[in-house]
Write a protein that binds this ligand. Structure first.
Ligand SMILES: [Zn+2]
Length: 326
């Protein structure tokens, strides 16, 4: 016992010193994207908080590139991408998703030559500078609420097998999200179809559009001698309730093709023909892969926190601090 008492502190200090030395030899962290050519090296820094000091270069609409701290950028993204009157836990989930998306664009899949991201929602993520937000009718209280969601999750991203995930999100699923393979043809283990209840208050929970047979034949590129011969054939469905394939006048289309050609809100649709009118009713709005924003808000309203929301929509992922990559 005397021996232990005498040497306990020196031995402990030696172990700590050894740990520090070993850690300083840890090689520069490397992570990979979906294929080997996307392997990116993130340089080591000595600061454990380096992740929160990241600077994002943002291509603005006027063509200039603004550099800003990542959390400042995420505030502007969340202001644009999710209504500030959504529940705090939904806003936090959105902040983590936006940050994860940004981190991937910075280190794995950069789309722009001189900037990490742009401010166009259909390309990267939407963006609302707080001053523009105020001029458009937003309030300081709403900005403060979104800022709280951003700062309380600062530096947190989603990873799968240690790599930042492709954190896709959309407005409303219509009750069930879609599997990535059904929309983009590639299997992504964390982007699986899952139920998403409580979205009924979303503006586009269901939508109905009508076409004349003449218009629909033109839009789909079908040649038909007699419009009275217009027929809907076999329809198959995806795990997420979307149309996987549909036979129209003996021509087979994928659900995503029909959505694109007819500019439908989603691939989850039912179609009917009465006389010379075709009626299509869709459920949900967007590609329906990943996190449903209205679904996230519904979960928050029933007591789920942002971590539970994220783990529901992204299967098997973990939350990790950006600092772990530096
Ligand atoms: Zn872009």
């Amino acid at each position: 016992m005397e021996f232990l008492k005498k040497w306990f502190v020196p031995i402990l200090l030696s172990i700590c010193l050894l740990a520090v030395l070993l850690d300083s030899k840890t090689p520069t962290k490397v992570f990979e994207g979906d294929s080997s050519h996307e392997t990116i090296v993130v340089s080591n820094t000595t600061e454990s908080t380096a992740g929160q000091e990241l600077v994002v270069s943002v291509l603005m609409k006027d063509g200039t590139v603004n550099e800003m701290p990542i959390e400042e950028y995420i505030l502007s993204v969340v202001l644009r991408e999710m209504p500030a009157d959504f529940e705090m836990e939904a806003l936090k989930a959105q902040a983590v998703v936006a940050r994860t998306y940004t981190f991937r664009r910075m280190h794995i899949k950069q789309r722009h030559k001189n900037a990490h991201v742009c401010t166009v929602s259909s390309c990267c993520q939407g963006y609302w500078d707080p001053s523009d937000y105020l001029q458009s009718g937003g309030t300081e209280e709403r900005i403060d609420k979104v800022r709280q969601a951003v700062m309380e999750t600062a530096g947190t991203i989603l990873v799968y097998n240690g790599k930042p995930i492709e954190a896709t999100y959309f407005s409303c699923s219509g009750g069930y999200t879609e599997d990535a393979v059904a929309v983009w043809g590639s299997n992504v283990p964390y982007l699986k179809a899952t139920q998403s209840p409580g979205e009924e208050r979303a503006g586009h929970y269901t939508d109905t559009v009508q076409f004349s047979v003449d218009a629909i034949v033109r839009k789909l590129g079908i040649s038909l001698n007699n419009l009275h011969d217009f027929r809907i054939g076999k329809i198959t469905y995806t795990d997420g309730g979307g149309v996987d394939s549909i036979e129209i006048c003996k021509k087979t289309f994928s659900g995503t093709q029909v959505r694109s050609l007819l500019d439908l809100k989603s691939t989850a649709f039912v179609i009917s023909v009465a006389g010379s009118t075709v009626t299509i009713t869709t459920k949900g709005f967007g590609h329906r892969v990943g996190m449903s924003q209205y679904g996230a808000d519904a979960m928050a309203l029933t007591g789920s926190d942002y971590q539970q929301i994220l783990l529901h929509y992204y299967h098997g992922v973990e939350l990790l601090s950006i600092g772990a990559f530096y």
